[in-house]
Design a protein around this ligand. Structure first.
Ligand code: NAP
Length: 459
């Protein structure tokens, strides 16, 4: 089946690729397994030099990588350039720290000498989403390769150019042939790759159904998995908060990446004392956002990445409105008359008075749609924040120490940001609880996911 790169702003088919044949997949698996036997023995100093070179390529060519990402999946061009820079950061972070993160750890026991050694697992398959087409891959690949594993990438079918470009970056950086390979395959071929004995483990970033499928296949094969799935992050605003900063951050946190981020704030939970003012100003700010060509640096919101994503979002909003949610702004496509007429544009949307059975109450809405909730106090805020099956990120705005302490303790999520916007950072672990997945990426937790934690006991 062909895999196409389509500009979501115009509908233009940019490039089409044939997906790999069974024979080609077999060749790549063989190469990966063979490369691992050699690559695992490379010194940290060698891996570090290669990873630093990958970072340099990302930095020096960020403009062309950004252009490719924007054309292929529609993110605003400035954000795409920042994404390439952030990938360079994660490469340098692990180049500098991997050896320390994976150094032997001595433990005193009754042995003459006992310690823990961290060794690579082997070939790791990464199934990745399109929304941060470079970042999602690099945050897996940098620690995995630094740990001595080799990577196979099954990227989302709408970003084949990004997938191939990443493989090329590692090749140019000097990583041996076979240490990082892109598999241009559809999701229906993933099972076969996961079941292959040459594949040791898998990581998936994507939707809950895809995560369930990969985890159950790997469960049967007894293979380690890491899952980074969806989120419906709460953004709580209390009366003591710095209102102006909370408000402007709220708009940014909902609309980043055209609203298609797992850690975008999706449910705004606002104390009744400040709710009316927040609602009014938030709606005004959302209306002012500039929707348009993502290649134009003045654009705030570009198109959704595919037509299907646009249709799914429309459906979720329609169902929520039919259930009783009130539209404060938006809730329809953005129609252009020019070359953007076939683009997947959706108006920045705000919903309020959302009933419990509406998708906007607890599901993940992957686009520029905000759900507003009025609460009477902190107990109700925390209860509502946790009233979702997801548990990825969360943000709470308050200047009361006791309130902060309760948010930190009681919100069920992989992270809590107090008076700030949820963001990933190579130095801090990233991941979720509940149906947002398990395992962690980034920091030393991330590099220790795909290693054998080997106990060594000698007398
Ligand atoms: P998706 O449909 O699950 O796709 C993600 C990847 O999984 C793609 O490569 C896709 O391939 C593949 N895939 C889909 N179904 C599969 C299956 N049954 N078996 C094996 N592979 C399968 O997700 P998406 O819509 O592209 O991405 C958006 C979702 O990702 C959102 O829920 C978002 O919150 C989540 N996300 C999470 C994080 C995080 O760190 N927690 C970060 C970013 C995004 P095809 O493209 O070929 O179908």
């Amino acid at each position: 089946m062909p895999i196409s790169s389509i500009n979501p702003a115009t509908g233009e088919v940019l490039q089409t690729f044939e997906s790999l044949t069974e024979h080609q997949v077999e060749e790549k698996l063989n190469r990966a397994a063979k490369t691992f036997r050699e690559y695992r023995r490379t010194a940290f100093s060698e891996r570090t030099a290669m990873m630093q070179r990958a970072a340099t390529i990302l930095e020096s060519e960020k403009k062309s990588f950004a252009r490719m990402m924007t054309l292929e999946m529609g993110k605003p061009i400035n954000a795409a350039a920042q994404e390439a820079e952030k990938c360079a950061w994660v490469c340098r972070h692990y180049a500098d720290n991997a050896e320390r993160h994976l150094a032997d750890e001595a433990v005193e026991t009754n042995a003459t000498k006992s310690y823990i050694r961290f060794q690579p697992l082997g070939v790791v398959l990464a199934v990745m989403p399109w929304n941060f087409p470079f970042w999602q891959v690099f945050r897996f690949a940098a620690p995995a390769l630094m740990a001595g594993n080799v990577g196979l990438l099954k990227h989302a079918s709408n970003v084949p150019q990004s997938a191939l470009a990443i493989e090329e970056i590692f090749r140019r950086a000097g990583f041996p042939e076979g240490s990082f390979q892109t598999l241009l395959i559809g999701s229906e071929t993933v099972q076969k790759v996961l079941e292959d004995p040459r594949v040791a483990a898998a990581t998936l970033t994507g939707s809950e159904p895809a995560g369930r499928s990969v985890a159950s296949i790997c469960g049967k094969q007894i293979k380690k998995t890491v899952l980074e799935l969806g989120g419906s992050d709460p953004f709580i605003v209390m009366p003591s908060a710095d209102f102006e900063t909370a408000l402007s951050t709220a708009v940014k946190a909902r609309t980043i990446n055209n609203g298609q981020s797992c850690i975008a704030a999706k449910r705004f939970i606002v104390h009744q004392q400040i709710y009316d003012e927040f609602e009014k100003r938030f709606v005004e700010a959302m209306k002012k956002l500039r929707v348009g060509d993502p290649m134009d640096e003045r654009t705030d919101i570009g198109p959704l990445a595919t037509e299907q994503i646009l249709k799914d979002l429309e459906e979720q909003v329609k169902t929520s409105v039919a259930a009783g949610a009130k539209i404060l702004t938006g809730a329809e496509r953005f129609e252009f008359k020019d070359e953007l007429a076939r683009g997947n544009f959706y108006k920045p949307t705000v919903l309020a008075d959302i009933p419990k059975d509406a998708p906007a109450y607890r599901d993940e809405l992957f686009g520029p749609v905000a759900s507003l909730f009025r609460v009477s106090g902190i107990d109700e805020a925390i209860e509502l924040a946790n009233a979702t099956t997801f548990g990825l990120g969360s943000a709470a705005w308050t200047n009361e120490a006791e309130e902060s302490a309760r948010f930190i303790d009681e919100i069920e999520a992989g992270c809590v940001f107090i008076n700030g916007m949820v963001a990933s950072d190579p130095r801090l672990p990233f991941g979720g609880v509940k149906h947002s997945g398990y395992g962690r990426e980034l920091s030393y937790f991330g590099i220790r996911e795909f290693v054998n934690i080997k106990t060594v006991w000698t007398n």
